[in-house]
Write a protein that binds this ligand. Structure first.
Ligand SMILES: Nc1nc2c(c(=O)[nH]1)N[C@H]1C(S)=C(S)[C@@H](COP(=O)(O)OP(=O)(O)OC[C@H]3O[C@@H](n4cnc5c(=O)[nH]c(N)nc54)[C@H](O)[C@@H]3O)O[C@H]1N2
Ligand SMILES: Nc1nc2c(c(=O)[nH]1)N[C@H]1C(S)=C(S)[C@@H](COP(=O)(O)OP(=O)(O)OC[C@H]3O[C@@H](n4cnc5c(=O)[nH]c(N)nc54)[C@H](O)[C@@H]3O)O[C@H]1N2
Ligand SMILES: [Mo]
Length: 671
């Protein structure tokens, strides 16, 4: 992103036309980054709560007063009967920069001895799935897509969530590739594909197993690749016997013909590119689903060729020196709390995991009052008068309303950082373009000063941001050889030291213990899991929970609204416009409930409820409801959002969230 600055004020942001991947294009949201940065509601001064918890009533205080009091309170808790484990940090994706998201903050909490946070809310299930099959979250390179002859967009809303991939998908299409979208929702991405397969939520593993059933049955496998680079091919071949297309049709809700045709198209392609994304892993069996799909290109040998393979992420290729940034050795042996179980952690006496209750919560780069599951429990916890809450923010979010102190943080335009990527292979420097607005400070600086006020005196708290940047780059990993301080300062971005396109498994070389693509995983067996790919149903799979499904027959998917970035940008009038919370229903489901287009409805289950306007049509498959998210509670009509209905249950591996594994009912409001 290139920022134009006049007289100290940023006047324009634009994409860098020379960047090989983003090619001068910013997404709908970041295009408005100036409006966000200079928004009239931007927090510019430290604030201290004066009203009741959650009322959002604050008075301006000086930094010194705020930091002194926070340091004093945290120190008192650390020295108290429960010790520092009663303090919980809470952060995720507000910024994913190495400095502003995982450096001074981690040092601070490690040195303090606070509880650790397991940052699972987004990607751990899929990451574990990839790890078990191919060894790491490393897959195919989008820059090979032009050579692909079949593109499967599987559980990904590319045009909304990852639009920079689209030009590469189009290159493939222009050269004759077929595009198939596999998604319970007919998204704007599905609309641009040759075919939409409206699968039942949480059943993707079954589909992949049926594809392998057909591949083996029809001799479409690559025997040479199987023999040289895989482990457990015979066991896999036997396992997929259980997944005949006729049986899988009833699991997935797709026809047998569609399943067979998909398998044949895949098996006959030379280099099929599967873009699998995070949608499908937000279900109880999400890790197994990703693991199973990741087996496909090893069966057909597509990994050999540019444009072939599976991509979930490219993030594991970025080997910044996180140990130097985070200093984990400063931490004593403390408990870890899974971030998606925040509701329990704040409301159960031992935080749900044993030991101390949570007495202080320090939130930065996150808005848990909107994004965390089981929102009622989260708000019940945040409302506790005895919970000391500090929130570092740009805006007065739902979460900030519950704070005792709100501290104003800088945006990407105002601080230094360096970024990894999860869809491409370029490291990016983030240079500050303007001075911090008002009294805002970077997260790094806030934690640096907080360390002093909490009587933490390790020398590492003296490192400035430039030093942190150099520490992040201090690594001997060969993939990082090109990512030097000088190269970043000169170009702003630099490609990792990998070929273009990068073919990670063309000749095997998997990151698993065996060095092979592991169809059979001894590690999973050791974890007490099925060592072979299988269909692991969602927690709330109607066939498994018939009584619950009788009361709550619809599966709610609350994936991102096109104009929002999780809960970021929701407060921007130009992006929200006149939008209100909506829920899309299939016309058959609407008819059954007497719901018509535009009707005011309530979406509910035993966990909670939220209001929405009904959108009736054929954009979702029958049995599925779609509530584009993530709304700020306080910007909706009723104060609620979709996370009132989601659960704190976790995925089969990785302890990930199951946001879309969520049975609800929808009724006309007031009925
Ligand atoms: N505009 C915009 N872009 C974003 C974000 C945003 O909020 N807004 N968020 C960013 C972040 S943090 C992330 S993690 C990514 C997420 O981006 P994606 O990985 O694309 O994830 P989702 O949008 O959650 O889900 C993608 C699709 O999966 C579908 N889906 C749900 N359940 C299933 C299933 O069981 N099987 C299949 N096959 N499909 C299913 C959903 O209907 C949805 O259309 O996007 C990033 N980009
Ligand atoms: N129902 C449902 N829930 C979901 C999802 C879903 O699809 N459906 N998606 C899930 C996913 S994939 C994710 S990744 C999570 C995301 O959840 P979060 O990580 O909480 O992401 P955001 O909602 O974008 O909130 C980030 C906050 O950080 C602030 N911020 C940004 N930059 C900075 C900074 O430099 N310093 C400080 N101090 N603050 C900053 C922003 O103003 C914003 O309020 O939500 C999850 N929750
Ligand atoms: Mo995410």
């Amino acid at each position: 992103m290139i920022t134009t600055v006049q007289d100290g004020r940023a006047t324009r942001v634009q994409g860098d036309p020379e960047h090989p991947f983003t090619a001068g294009f910013l997404c709908a949201k970041v295009n408005r980054y100036l409006e966000r940065t200079y928004h009239a509601d931007r927090l510019l001064h430290p604030l201290k709560r004066v009203g009741r918890k959650g009322r959002g009533e604050f008075a301006q205080v000086t930094w010194n007063e705020a930091l002194h009091d926070i340091g004093h309170r945290l120190r008192a808790i650390a020295d108290g009967p429960h010790g520092a484990q009663a303090i919980l940090p809470y952060s995720y994706a507000g910024t994913m920069g190495m400095l502003q998201a995982q450096s001074m903050d981690r040092r601070f909490f490690h040195a303090l001895g606070a509880s650790k946070l397991d940052r699972t809310i987004c990607s751990t299930a899929g990451t574990w799935g990839m790890r078990m099959t191919v060894g790491a979250n490393v897959g195919a390179d989008a820059e090979g897509l032009a050579s692909s002859d079949l593109v499967l967009l599987w559980g990904t809303n590319t045009l909304t969530a990852n639009p920079h991939l689209w030009p590469f998908v189009r290159q493939a299409k222009e050269k004759g590739a077929r595009l198939i979208c596999i998604d319970p929702i007919r998204t704007r991405t599905a609309d641009q594909c040759d075919e939409w397969l409206g699968i039942r939520p949480g059943t993707d593993a079954a589909l992949a197993l049926a594809m392998m059933h057909v591949l083996f049955a029809e001799g479409l496998q690559d025997d040479d690749y199987l023999a040289r680079h895989t482990l457990g091919a015979d066991q896999l071949r036997e396992r997929v016997q259980d997944y005949a297309p006729s049986r899988v049709a009833s699991i997935t809700g797709l026809t047998e013909e569609h399943i067979v045709a998909l398998a044949r198209a895949y098996g006959r392609a030379k280099a099929a590119f599967i873009r699998v994304n995070y949608g499908m892993q937000r279900h109880g069996g999400g890790a197994m689903a990703v693991r199973t799909i990741a087996c496909l290109p090893a069966v057909t040998g597509h990994w050999r060729r540019a444009g072939g393979g599976v991509q979930l992420s490219t993030s594991a290729n970025f080997k910044y020196n996180t140990a130097a940034l985070e200093r984990p050795e400063l931490s004593p042996d403390v408990r870890t709390i899974n971030m998606i179980r925040l509701g329990d952690a704040l409301t159960l006496p031992d935080a749900g995991v044993g030991g101390a209750p949570v007495q202080a919560l320090v939130v930065y780069n996150s808005n848990p009052a909107a994004v965390a599951p089981d929102r009622n429990r989260v708000l019940t916890g945040l409302r506790r008068e005895d919970l000391f809450t500090v929130v570092l923010e740009h805006f007065q979010t739902d979460t900030a309303d519950y704070a005792d102190y709100v501290l104003p943080a800088t945006t990407q335009l105002e601080h230094l950082d360096v970024h990894f990527a999860y869809g491409h292979h370029y490291a990016t420097l983030n240079r500050p373009a303007i001075a911090p607005l008002g009294e805002c400070k970077p997260n790094t600086q806030i934690f640096r000063e907080l360390a002093a006020h909490t009587a933490l005196d390790d020398a590492c708290f003296a490192d400035d941001d430039d030093t942190l940047l150099r520490q992040a780059l201090d690594t001997t990993d060969p993939k990082m050889a090109t990512v030097t301080y000088e190269a970043l300062m000169e170009h702003g971005w630099v490609r990792l030291n990998v070929a273009t396109p990068y073919l990670p498994y063309a000749d095997g070389g998997f990151g698993t213990p065996s060095g092979k693509c592991e169809f059979h995983s001894a590690r999973m067996e050791a974890m007490g899991l099925d060592p072979l790919p299988a269909f692991t149903p969602p927690h709330e799979f109607p066939e498994l929970v018939p009584e619950l499904a009788a009361r709550y027959p619809l599966t709610l998917i609350s994936s991102p609204r096109h104009q929002f970035l999780n809960s970021t940008f929701v407060n921007m009038a130009s992006l929200r416009r006149d939008a209100v919370p909506e829920v899309a229903l299939h016309e058959s489901d609407a008819l059954l409930r007497g719901i018509t287009e535009g009707a005011q409805v309530v979406v509910f289950n035993d966990r909670g409820a939220f209001s929405a306007v009904a959108r009736v049509g054929n954009t979702v498959r029958a049995g599925v409801a779609w509530a584009p998210s993530i709304w700020w509670g306080k910007l909706t009509g009723d104060g609620h959002n979709a996370n009132e209905t989601t659960s704190q249950r976790t995925t089969d591996m990785g302890g990930g969230p199951v946001f879309y594994d969520n049975l609800v009912e929808v009724a006309v409001a007031g009925a």
